[in-house]
Design a protein around this ligand. Structure first.
Ligand code: GDP
Ligand code: GDP
Length: 436
């Protein structure tokens, strides 16, 4: 999981902040459209430079008048104020054409008090004298970065320096295939299911080079997609005569879950849903794994037994409403083919990605429809959201007083995200980053 650094662009109106914002977020996404009410005057975007990702906020503009009179707080909108305080890094944009003016000095003084890294930009150097940026040195914020934002000039130097200390964003892992663990108690039908899954005509099983005797990883391809089946049932090994195989191993099960992208838990309908099944599900979800439930041996149940199991399912699976449950017969193959679409959906959900602006928009919609409560007379504000990880997906929401957000409200937000992005089969972590 990663919380992206936040870079705020500040400066007087018309110096080129939104032009710079567009350069930063170029090819990343469209601008945030209307952020209804609260955040109208600010824009958030994703920026990336050489593998480093951050969020950029356009604060809109400080200072109504250019005469620099008055206290800076008087002419800084509340929104700009907040954006500056929640930022990790400030980019202070000035206009080399108009030269250094009083309002810049006021902003500069204010920035000194913040104790945050400030990068000073002298923008619009196109068509001005080379020495023009030098006067901004007087702000005491170091050497200005000369820039022509509208031409993209000088951008690289700035990006290189502001991202220098940022952590590398680990790229989304594109593994050799979707790693699929088939787990379940002894005798529930794991081997039968594994054989079914691998035995299908559409499946091409590979020999993995360097496969060791103990390997339980079986790579295969189905419908052009790569999978690696993690075989806790020991199907492959059991093929070896004279080999005594430990059929069920708790450690192997836990490792398989840990190492998988998607876990299929097999449950024996004839035995009913037992605590051990729920423990394995709980473990998988705690590990953030996507999950599909297969209730096996559905053949040969009486109607009464089927009715009973269905009631049990409603009762015992109420904590995982987002997980798909399949009624199958591994022995006859009934329903087994239907597992794949659920496995894919669970996987895709677990890897889902969306831009900061879109996610923020969904957040704002949810907040508008149902605002968070006030705490001690102060309204909890949720400002923007970004993706902080995959498999399990993590959504990071930035706001103030987030520690006071009731659990019920957190669940509300989670459900909104789940609904909009149709997240199925995966746990979703919604975490909050406090920006006072
Ligand atoms: P903001 O109010 O600080 O967000 O400023 P904008 O990005 O809206 O820019 C204000 C004006 O300055 C626009 O007309 C831009 O096209 C222009 N502008 C921005 N950057 C440059 C630049 O590098 N050179 C020149 N000549 N004009 C620029
Ligand atoms: P494992 O220990 O989980 O790998 O279970 P196995 O695949 O070895 O199956 C245990 C027993 O259940 C075997 O006798 C299988 O034939 C039987 N079995 C597996 N799947 C089904 C099924 O869908 N229906 C029925 N009736 N029996 C099954």
């Amino acid at each position: 999981m990663s919380i992206k650094p936040v870079v705020a662009l500040i400066g007087r109106p018309n110096v080129g902040k939104s032009t710079l914002f567009n350069q930063f977020t170029k090819s990343r996404q469209a601008l945030v459209a209307d952020m209804s009410g609260l955040t109208r005057d600010r824009q958030y975007g994703d920026a990336e430079y050489e593998g480093k990702s951050f969020i950029v906020v356009d604060t809109g503009g400080i200072g109504e008048a250019d005469d620099g009179s008055g206290n800076i707080d008087d002419y800084m909108s509340e929104q700009s104020h907040t954006a500056i305080h929640e930022a990790d890094i400030i980019v202070f944009v000035t206009d080399a054409r108009s030269g250094l003016i009083g309002a810049d000095e006021e902003i500069g003084k204010f920035l000194h008090t913040l104790g945050k890294p400030v990068y000073l930009v002298a923008n619009k150097i196109d068509g001005v004298h080379d020495a023009a940026p030098a006067e901004f040195y007087a702000l005491g914020l170091g050497e200005p970065y000369p820039m022509a934002a509208s031409h993209g000039r000088g951008l690289g130097n700035l990006l290189e320096d502001i991202t220098a200390d940022m952590p590398d964003q680990s790229p989304i892992e594109e593994p050799d295939g979707l790693k699929l663990a088939i787990i379940g108690r002894p005798n529930v039908g794991k081997s039968t299911l594994v054989n079914r899954l691998l035995g299908e005509e559409r499946v091409v099983v590979y020999d993995m080079p360097g496969t060791t005797r103990d390997s339980i990883y079986i790579p295969y391809e189905r419908d052009g997609k790569h999978y690696v089946l993690i075989d806790t049932a020991g199907v492959r090994r059991r093929g070896r005569i004279n080999e005594k195989v430990e059929k069920f191993s708790v450690i192997k099960t836990l490792q398989a879950i840990e190492d998988s992208n998607v876990t299929v838990i097999v449950i024996d309908a004839q035995e009913g849903i037992v605590d051990q099944d729920l423990h394995m599900i709980g473990y998988a979800l705690n590990k953030g794994r996507a999950l599909v439930v297969a209730i096996n041996k559905w053949d040969g149940l009486t109607q009464d037994q089927k009715d009973f199991i269905k009631i049990e399912m409603d009762r015992r699976f109420s904590f995982i409403p987002f997980v798909k449950i399949h009624l199958i017969s591994a022995l006859h193959g009934t329903g087994v083919g239907n597992l794949y679409p659920s496995i894919r959906r669970a996987y895709d959900s677990s890897m889902f990605n969306v831009s900061t602006s879109r996610l923020t928009q969904i957040l704002q919609d949810a907040v508008t429809a149902n605002p968070p409560p006030a705490v001690a007379g102060r309204r909890i504000k949720l400002r923007y959201a970004h993706i902080g990880g995959h498999n399990p997906p993590v959504i990071v929401i930035h706001g103030n007083q987030t520690g006071s957000l009731p659990k019920s409200y957190q669940r509300y937000l989670e459900n909104q995200f789940r609904g909009v992005f149709k997240l199925e089969g995966t746990p979703l972590n919604v975490v909050f980053k406090l920006n006072e």
